[in-house]
Write a protein that binds this ligand. Sequence first.
Ligand code: NAD
Length: 267
Amino acid sequence: MKISLEGQVALVTGGSSGIGAGSAKALAQVGAAVAINYHSNAEPAQQLAQEIIDAGGRAIAVGADVGDEQAVERMFAETIDAFGRLDILVANSGLQRDAPSADLSLEDWNTVIQTNLTGQFLCARAAIRQFLKQGIDPERSRAAGKIIHMSSVHEVIPWAGHVNYAASKGGVSLLMKTLAQEMAEKRIRINSIAPGAIATAINEEVTGNEEGRRELLKLIPYQRVGEVEDIGNAVVWLASDLSDYVVGTTLFVDGGMCLYPGFKDNG
Ligand code: NAD
């Protein structure tokens, strides 16, 4: 069985680093044209686009703050101008602003909700509008379009000191399910991926040193820290027709982190 997304166009938000970059590369490897969104620093996104082009693929870099409605509209227009259509959205942009709840500022609460939740809504809405306009093209896919929300194990695991982040990902869970329920009859397939601990810039303080990794492994039954390729592979599968009957689901890619590892020796 071989997955091909040849002839399909994907937009990956926050695509210039970490999981987004891994997802953009994975999608390009199976033939999708990729629009790589960046927030403020164009260079890494342009470099990645060039890397994909050099390998024989199609890619562009597109700037936008996903929490800014006008900027999101422009980003979708640029993507569709460049490639003529859109088939796949990976709503991946996200950030953390951590503090004990008693000290958390409203500004840091709002920043995280604006990017991680409102940003996912604005991008999903723009993608849905485009998918409805295009309809189904059976030559390309059985679905009119696919949306993959990048959630987190913290859509179900409470996380002290990260209340804004956990609330945003809990919100993504019902955002995704509600959109999926609403759009399924139009054959727009909407799902989430919930990564566990994947070594990227977002958790460098922990994954970037031996001690941090050792502590982290206590939370991971499978005993390895995840890599961006683990998520890229899941993105490709959820974007392809191999998952055509998968609708409104969160795929946990977490090495077993949600299995309550603290209870293992406590039976
Ligand atoms: P990362 O920091 O490398 O990636 C986050 C990306 O989002 C960056 O490219 C950043 O520029 C972009 N971004 C931030 N604010 C933005 C905005 N306003 N507009 C547009 N883009 C913006 O970290 P990552 O680990 O690759 O995170 C990607 C996603 O995966 C996030 O949603 C994160 O919550 C989720 N996630 C990561 C892990 C992990 O262990 N790394 C675990 C669970 C979930």
